[in-house]
Design a protein around this ligand. Sequence first.
Ligand code: FE2
Length: 192
Amino acid sequence: MATLHIFPENDPGTAERVTDPEQIAEVLAGHGVRYGTHPAADAAAHPAAGDVLEAHRPLVNRLCEEGGYRFVDVARLHPDPGDPDWTGKAGAARRKFLTEHRHEEDEVRFFTAGHGCFYLRLGGRVYAVVCERGDLLSVPAGVRHWFDMGSVPDFCAIRFFREEDGWVGDFTGDPLGERIPTLDELLEAAVV
Ligand SMILES: [Fe+2]
């Protein structure tokens, strides 16, 4: 289940925290952002992408029908002790969407494992949604946002697109994200 942290843009040190899924959905719906939870299928530790899709086929088909999505794939990254280049690859993957950008279509993700944080800029605030297994989030087209998979990326998410290049980002160059706590920091704060 997700945790929502809300930061005023002009005071990133102050955060409001919401953990109740229904309340998170309500807060985000007020800004046109869809959030919900769905049962994630049990599977092997790191199933193949095709198996992830098959295991969630009814949900995937329903979401595609409802949202008019024509393309579906699986984004994933897990620690790989056997790969000497893993740290470099993980860092490169993390930096790809760590700065503020927006897309021409909704960014729709269903997390089947691990976690990642979407930061959405809405009405003078930053809504940091730490998504986990079972969370569905749709970032509306045009909404400024960034995504942090953390310093040790470990997640699996199904992605939904209307166009094949729907994932392409338009980067704004706004450095606001540098002043907002990272996923690592949010997770540490949650433990304290
Ligand atoms: Fe994005």
